[in-house]
Design a protein around this ligand. Structure first.
Ligand code: CTP
Ligand code: ZN
Length: 172
């Protein structure tokens, strides 16, 4: 049996097609904010933290995307929305190694350097069921203590310390 000649473009390595597909999945935006290099699994938490779903903006989310730097990553793109420096620092609590880019007219116009805030008011629910903040109508208040592997937070009221991963509830 005679083999047909294989067209040249079929011989390109498979990954070049894949790379192209991945780029298409999360296409460039015209104006807005890109939160990139989020540790995989954290994007939905950030969306909740920043209340992005309720703002009527076009939000594209990529979960577990392949990444050269970190094996897999999450990514969030929000069109026609500019993150504030305070909000960017809140993202640092969840994904300290993420990069935040403001896009204007298809160009990266600003890159935020993320900084951990020293304290977090309102946002976190204290995991201690006996803590007064869970029984009185009052705001929670946590001091932030960065550690090598994790971020620790300490409740001002019950003085208990937790790893940020242990905080399951947010007041939003
Ligand atoms: N981006 C986008 N729309 C644009 C321009 C950029 O969605 N019009 C996204 C890119 O896909 C990337 C991020 O914004 O996720 C940052 O863009 P750029 O700085 O060009 O990417 P990198 O060179 O990968 O920068 P870094 O590694 O510093 O994040
Ligand atoms: Zn407490």
């Amino acid at each position: 049996m005679q083999h047909k000649t294989i067209p040249k473009h079929y011989l390109r390595p498979r990954w070049s097609f894949l790379t192209q597909d991945k780029k298409l999945l999360v296409s460039a935006i015209k104006n807005g904010t890109v939160i990139d290099h989020i540790n995989a699994g954290q994007a939905l938490k950030i969306i909740r933290f920043l209340n992005l779903a309720a703002q009527n903006k076009l939000v594209t989310v990529g979960l577990n995307l392949p990444s050269k730097l970190m094996k897999t990553k999450d990514l969030i793109k929000v069109e026609d929305w500019e993150i504030t420096p305070e909000e960017a620092n809140q993202v640092a609590l969840i994904a300290p190694q993420s990069t935040i880019n403001i896009i204007i007219n298809y160009q990266v116009s600003k890159k935020f350097a993320l900084k951990l805030p020293e304290k977090i008011e309102h946002l976190l629910v204290c995991p201690n069921p006996k803590c007064i903040t869970n029984h009185e109508p009052m705001d929670s208040f946590f001091y932030v203590k960065p550690r090598k592997q994790t971020i620790e937070v300490k409740c001002r009221y019950c003085e208990k310390q937790f790893s940020l991963n242990e905080i399951k509830d947010y007041k939003i």
